[in-house]
Design a protein around this ligand. Structure first.
Ligand code: FMN
Length: 378
């Protein structure tokens, strides 16, 4: 029996299997508005892939919260109308649950898109690798918990006061209402990778001495307030997930104990799952090699420590590997990113490889090996 293809309910949302397509920035937006042709192709591919849930890329809740000028936003009517049109279009041919990741880039905003990352995260030619935008390229002022830049070449963020934090909380709630109106089935909040919410959680970036800094309890306060605001704005039948860091991989950063404590709080305020990722918080982080499933142990620790529905992510590429993660109880779902870009029908092939009697429908059913003597590619 394939555990990967066991159904799962997240609140009112029924998933056919435990495969989630991980959110992935596409850098194709203008003024935060999706690119019609690109996003219809990309999202269309995701909802025809056999995955149980597809989650759209990090989507900014205010203009200053975009990572780059190519990132999408959901803070004005034009952006909402374009996304609503996209959801309506893909709904004409697929009922695969579709979510959206809401976030705010914080002190890592105002950067070049990471278009070509073969030379490492921050290569000499910054226009390829996510480095900070210079003024002449349209830089804007980023926000953070403290006036501490991400790295030496980065802008010093404006320290958020309580008014600014209130504005951002409201922006998250407003974007949630917009996402609901667009027809998204669920929301994931980006609380990882050094972006705004995680920058409050992490010791690396939060140097505050008020009620929002210092102890873990204090550092969690703002992210938890944001999550509660989103939960409050989202209809009760729609699930809410949060992506967290299991480790910052920096001696000055957060570790798995912080992640377990945060996940326990999230569970208590009605979060339906956490995805356990890592890194992105500190330029001096020492990353582990991206061996297959290199972060699964972090998900396992969160699941064991809290009992929350947990998603493992990070170089999960083979169906047998994914199935083993679920079978062994290390996580409840797997999030898969690059393997779906490489192989847009990953879910179909996983079903076949694991011997699951699962058929694509409509015209696509004609590739079922039963009706197709040439059989599928390996
Ligand atoms: C092109 C690209 C864009 C990404 N954008 C996001 C994002 O918007 N939000 C996020 O939480 N993670 C993002 N990630 C991280 C992925 O969701 C995923 O965690 C990571 O790629 C590891 O999974 P994989 O080995 O299956 O690709 C991105 C990764 C890639 C490759």
């Amino acid at each position: 029996m394939a555990f990967l293809f066991e159904p799962l309910a997240l609140r009112g949302l029924a998933l056919n299997n435990r495969i989630m397509i991980s959110p992935m920035c596409q850098y194709q937006a203008r003024e935060g508005i999706i690119s019609g042709p690109w996003h219809r192709t990309h999202v269309g591919m995701m909802v025809l892939s056999g995955a149980g849930l597809a989650v759209m890329e990090a989507t900014a809740v205010e203009a200053a919260g975009r990572i780059s000028l190519g990132c999408i936003g959901l803070y004005n009517d034009q952006q909402e109308a374009a996304l609503a049109g996209l959801v309506a279009d893909v709904r004409r041919f697929s009922s695969t649950p579709l979510g959206i990741q809401l976030g705010h880039a914080g002190r890592k905003a105002s950067a070049y898109p990471i278009l070509d990352n073969r030379d490492g995260m921050f290569p000499a030619d910054r226009s390829k690798g996510g480095g900070p935008l210079p003024v002449e390229a349209g830089a804007w002022a980023p926000y953070g918990p403290s006036p501490v830049p991400f790295d030496t070449h980065w802008q010093t963020p404006d320290m958020l006061d309580e008014e600014g934090m209130g504005r951002i909380k409201q922006a998250f709630a407003a974007s949630t209402l917009r996402a609901d109106r667009c027809g998204f089935d669920m929301i994931e909040i980006h609380g990882a990778h050094g972006y705004l919410l995680h920058s409050f959680l992490s010791r690396v970036s939060n140097k505050r001495d008020d009620a929002y800094g210092g102890s873990l309890q204090n550092r969690m306060r703002f992210p938890l307030e944001v999550v509660a605001a989103v939960r409050g704005a989202l209809p009760g039948n729609k699930p809410l997930g949060v992506r967290i860091n299991g480790s910052d991989w920096s001696p000055d950063g957060n570790s798995i104990e912080d992640a377990v404590a945060f996940a326990a709080e999230l569970k208590g305020i009605g979060v339906d799952y956490v995805t356990v990722s890592g890194g992105g918080a500190a330029p001096n982080a020492i990353y582990p090699r991206q061996d297959p499933g290199y972060m699964v142990h972090l998900a396992e620790a969160v699941k064991r420590g809290t009992g929350i529905t947990t998603v493992a992510v990070g170089t999960i590429t083979s169906p047998v590997q994914a199935d083993e993660i679920i079978r062994s109880g290390k996580a409840d779902l797997v999030a898969i990113g690059r393997a779906f870009i490489d192989h847009p029908k990953w879910g179909w092939h996983a079903a076949r490889e694991l011997g699951v009697d699962w058929l694509p429908t409509g015209l696509q059913a004609r590739v079922d090996p039963k009706y197709w003597p040439l059989k599928a590619i390996a």
